[in-house]
Design a protein around this ligand. Sequence first.
Ligand SMILES: *Cc1c(COP(=O)(O)O)cnc(C)c1O
Length: 491
Amino acid sequence: MTVPHALQRLAAPNPESLAAPPTAQTILAPDGALLEAWDADHVWHAFTQMQEYEPLLIERGEGATLIDTAGNRYLDGSASMWCNVHGHRHPRLDAAAIAQLGRVAHTTNLGLSNPTTVHFAKRLVEVAPLGLDKVFFSDDGSTAIEAALKMAFQFWRQCDPPQPERSTFVAIGEAYHGDTLGAIGVGGVDRFTALFAPLTFSAIRIPSPGMRCLASTPQPSLASHLEHVENIFRQHAKTIAALIVEPIVQAAGGILVHPEGYLRGLRDLTHKYNILLIADEVAVGFGRTGTLFACEQESVTPDFLCLAKGLTAGYLPMAATLTTSRIWNAFLGSHSDRRAFFHGHTYGGNPLAAAVGLESLNIFRDEGVLAQLTEKIRRLQQRLRPLADLKHVGDVRQRGLIAGIELVANKSSGESYDWREQRGMRACHAARKHGAILRPLGDVVAIVPPLCMSPEEIDRLVAAAEAGIREATAEAATGVMGDRLAQTPTA
Ligand SMILES: *Cc1c(COP(=O)(O)O)cnc(C)c1O
C-alpha cells in the first residue's frame, strides 16, 4: 500500500493522527499542510492525475491577482480557466451579487421566471449579433453545446417541411466543445476523448485551418479549406443538421488561430447548403479576441451562439444558448403537439448568476473595457515577440488577449518533445515561483489574462512565463524514449 502523496509532505510523520476526526479547532483554523492533505485526499480535481497532484490553495483574489493560503501572490495568467473578465472581487460585481442575495438566490426557470434573469436575457439579445433574439439558459459551456446540438436536431424534425434525415454534425479537427457525451461527440482533441468514443455519436470531421507556424509542410490555403468543406456539404447535402465551430480561435486545441475569412466562408457555405451554424464562443466570447463576440469580426450571425465562461465574468456557473426566431418558431404549437424543447438544467437562468452577468455587461458599457483592449493586445504582442527567439519555442500564436507559446525539442525541424516529459506543465509550474499561475495545453503554454490586467501586469506575466519556459527547457531530454506520436492523456 502506498502512503497518500499529500501525507508524505506533512511535518507530522504519523499518518494515523490524520485519520482521527478533525477537532473544531482544526476545522476553524487548519494549518496549510493539513488543508493540503485534505485536498489531495478528498478532492478529485478535473483533468488531474491525483497520484501526482501537488496542492496549491488559492484563498483570495484581487483584480488580476490570486493569493494562496501562505499569502503568496500570483498573476492569474489563465483568467481562472479563461472565465475571469473584470478581475476578482470587482466592487460592482460583488455588490450586484449581494443585492441579488437580498432578493432571492435561486428560483427555477421551468415554467417560471425572475426579473433579473429577464433583464439579463434582454441585454444579451441587445449586444449579440443581430437576429439572435432567443436565449436558453443552462449552467456550463458543455450544457450550452448540448442544448444547441439537441435544438438543431429537433429543429429539422419540426420545421416545415420536416427533414428528419438531417441528423449528422460536422465538426472541426482538434475542436473542444466540453466534456459531456454530446460535446465530446463533436470534439476533436483525442487525448481527452478517445477513450469515450464508443459512448458518443460520430461527427464528420474537417481539418482545422488553425495555423501552426512550426509545421514543416506548407499549410493549405483558406480557399482549399473552404473547398474541402463545400465538398463535404455537397456529398452529405441532405443529412447534415449543423456545423459547429469555435470562431477565430480554437482554444483547448492549442490556441489554433483561424485564417481571416474562414468563419465568413463557413457562414456563406452553411447558408448555401441550408445547414445550421453553431458558434461555440464559450472561450472566445466577452472580449477575449478584442470584440465582445468573435463572430462580430467577420459580421457573422450564427444560428446558435453558445456562451459560458466569461458570461458571468468568472463569478458563477451559467451558460446561454442564443438562437433565432426561425429556430424558435419550429418549436411552437399546442402542448399536445409535443413540439416543446424537452431539455433543461436545474440551475438554468439562476438569478444570482444573472445579476452578476448583467452587471458585467454594464461594466463593459460604462468602463470602456473593449476600448482599452487595443493597447493591451499590442503590449502582449510586443512582450511575446522576443520569446519566439528562445531555443525551444517553436511558435508563438496570439489573437486578442489569448496567446499560446509552443515548446519544441528541436526548433529547426519542429520536432515535438516526448509528451511524457510534460514540458508545458513543467514550464507553468516553474512560472509559479516567478509569480504567475499558468495552465498549459500539452506543450503549449497558454496566456489568457483577465481583460482587466494592466499593461504592467502583462509585462510581468510574460516575464514569468519566459522564466518558466527557460527553466523547463534547459535540461536535455530526461531519457524517456519511445513512441513520440503517442498522445498524452493529461491536459
Ligand atoms: C471550456 C469550453 C467548453 C466547455 O465549457 P464548460 O463550462 O467547461 O463545460 C466548451 N467550448 C469551449 C470552446 C470551451 O473553451
